[in-house]
Design a protein around this ligand. Structure first.
Ligand code: MF3
Ligand code: CO
Length: 242
C-alpha cells in the first residue's frame, strides 16, 4: 500500500505544476494515465462501475467525479484532481484541489479550510479512537469557518479493494462508529462546499455538482492507522514506489 500510495502522491504533486489557464482536463488525464503506467501501476478508477477515465477532474461547482474532457481551465477556476492507483494487489487513493492562476479570496479560504479539515481528520486516525472522531474533526472545522460538508459521498476503508468497510463520513458526532485499530487503512476525503451541502448528479451519470452553483473543494489521503502518529501513504516524496 505504501507503493500504491507513493505513486498517487508523486503524480498528484507533478499535476500541481501543470495546472495553468488553457490546459484541458483531458491533457491532465493523459499525463496521469501515462505516469501511472510508467510507474508500474494501473488506474484504479478506469472501468470502476463503468467510470470512463483514469482520474476525476472536478472544476468549480463540480464536487467529485468530473470526467476529463476538452474543457480548458480558466484563470480563477479551482480544479479537484482525484487519482486512484492499483499496484501489486493493493490500492492507493488521493485527491487535491488546485487553484488555476489567481483565485478570489473566498476560494483561497475554501481550499485552505478543506486541506486543514483533512489534516485534522487524519490526526484522529489513531488506534482506540472511533471513525466518527475523524468525521467530527472535519465537520466542526469546516462549519466553524462558514463552509458546509457534503453528505452524499464519504471516505472509506481501502486495501485489496478500492472501497472497503468502514465508511468514513465527513460529518457526525464524535465517539461513535467502528473502533480504529492499528493496521487499518482508510481513505479520508472531505468534500467541502462554499454554500449549501446539497449536490446533484448531472446527466452524464457521474459529475456531482453543488445545487447552488457555488464552489466545492476536495482533499484526500490514504492513511495507515497506528498506535501513534498516523502514516500518510499518499504523501509526496515517500520515494518508496520503486
Ligand atoms: N476517490 C473517489 C472514491 O473513492 C473516486 C472514485 S471515482 C470512480 O470514491 F470512478 F472510481 F468511481
Ligand atoms: Co476515495
Amino acid at each position: 500500500m505504501e507503493k500504491a500510495g507513493g505513486i498517487v502522491g508523486e503524480i498528484l504533486e507533478s499535476i500541481k505544476g501543470m495546472i495553468q489557464p488553457g490546459i484541458s482536463t483531458k491533457e491532465i488525464e493523459l499525463f496521469a494515465e501515462g505516469r501511472i503506467k510508467a510507474l508500474g501501476g494501473k488506474p484504479a478508477f478506469k472501468g470502476y462501475r463503468g467510470y470512463p477515465a483514469s482520474i476525476c477532474t472536478s472544476v468549480n461547482e463540480e464536487v467529485v467525479h468530473g470526467i476529463p474532457s476538452s474543457r480548458k481551465l480558466r484563470e480563477g477556476d479551482i480544479i479537484s484532481i482525484d487519482l486512484g492507483v492499483y499496484f501489486d494487489g493493493f490500492y492507493g487513493d488521493g485527491a487535491v484541489t488546485i487553484p488555476v492562476g489567481k483565485i478570489d479570496d473566498d476560494a483561497v479560504a475554501l481550499l485552505r479550510i478543506t486541506k486543514e479539515a483533512l489534516d485534522l481528520g487524519i490526526e484522529n486516525a489513531v488506534e482506540g479512537k472511533r471513525v466518527n472522531d475523524i468525521s467530527y474533526a472535519i465537520q466542526s472545522h469546516a462549519e466553524k469557518n462558514g463552509f458546509s460538508v457534503v453528505r452524499t459521498f464519504v471516505g472509506h476503508g481501502i486495501g485489496r479493494e478500492l472501497h472497503e468497510e468502514p465508511q468514513v463520513p465527513n460529518y457526525g458526532p464524535p465517539g461513535k462508529g467502528p473502533r480504529l485499530k492499528e493496521g487499518m487503512t482508510l481513505a479520508i476525503e472531505p468534500m467541502i462546499n462554499a454554500g449549501t451541502f446539497e449536490v446533484k448528479v448531472l446527466g452524464d451519470g457521474w459529475t456531482a455538482v453543488t445545487t447552488d452553483g457555488k464552489k466545492s473543494a476536495h482533499f484526500e489521503h490514504t492513511v495507515l492507522v497506528t498506535a501513534g502518529k498516523p502514516k500518510i501513504l499518499t504523501k509526496f516524496n515517500q520515494k518508496n514506489y520503486n
